[in-house]
Design a protein around this ligand. Structure first.
Ligand code: FPP
Length: 233
């Protein structure tokens, strides 16, 4: 079984999992964070090179103040613990999304962990935090327009290569497989440009309980696909 090089995940269903157990939503997020931790090692073990997860979207600010605060605290804790774990497991951590929109200390933590782990050659792990694909594309377009206006760039130089190398994901190959847990079949403003040729896998399993067997099932399904486009095997 060949593992996809780059797997992107929409970790959905923390809230529904918590509700089904009679817990508050924030317990679902904490359990989801724990599961993500486990998933890093599982992905690495299964031969996945790049893992990119949707942790907080530009739309998620509309959730209740309490929930947003609980999520930000979870990200803080996760990134702080990430230094030791990245060092121990040779994991490189990147954070994509509109960083200036995050609390100052989270911006600093993201800068620091990227710098700290930049030479690690194991799993290439990317967290999308305050990420929205339309926002990412607009930022790229505005910056290209500024370059054109300044006379540093010709409009015809804006091609696929230019766009791909000016998005937040400029250092990552396009995903081969997108997994969305918990039953929804939407792309929810995630990696719109990058997913052009990606295979989509959906499952009803909620993120907090999406384990190794589930990831293996997704990879098996991926192996049945006839990959003629994009990063074809
Ligand atoms: C979707 O579940 C999940 C999120 C909005 C947040 C994802 C965050 C985590 C998995 C926490 C860990 C991440 C890091 C990087 C520490 P939902 O709340 O939309 O669930 P629902 O659709 O069932 O309500």
């Amino acid at each position: 079984m060949q593992a996809p090089n780059h797997v992107a995940i929409i970790m959905d269903g923390n809230g529904r999992w918590a509700k089904s157990k009679g817990f508050p939503r924030t317990v679902g997020h904490a359990k989801g964070a724990q599961n993500l931790e486990d998933m890093l090692y599982i992905a690495d073990e299964l031969g996945i090179k790049y893992l990119t997860v949707y942790a907080f979207s530009t739309e998620n600010w509309k959730r209740s103040e309490d929930e947003v605060m609980a999520l930000m605290n979870l990200f803080r804790q996760y990134l702080r613990n990430g230094f030791k774990k990245a060092a121990r497991n040779n994991v490189r951590i990147r954070v994509i999304g509109y960083r200036p929109g995050l609390p100052q200390d989270l911006q600093e933590l993201a800068d620091e962990i990227e710098e700290f782990s930049k030479d690690n050659t194991g799993l290439q792990f990317t967290i999308a935090l305050n990420y929205g694909s339309r926002d990412e594309l607009i930022r790229m377009m505005q910056s290209a327009a500024r370059e054109v206006a300044a006379g540093n760039l010709k409009p015809e130089e804006i091609d696929e290569e230019y766009v791909s190398s000016h998005l937040d994901t400029k250092d990552l190959p396009d995903p081969d497989l997108l997994i969305r847990t918990s039953g929804e079949q939407r792309v929810s403003n995630y990696l719109l440009w990058q997913l052009a040729y990606t295979e989509f896998y959906y499952t009803d399993v909620h993120w907090p309980v999406f384990g190794k067997a589930e990831l293996q099932k997704a990879i098996e399904w991926y192996n049945t696909r006839d990959r003629r486009y994009g990063n074809a095997k």
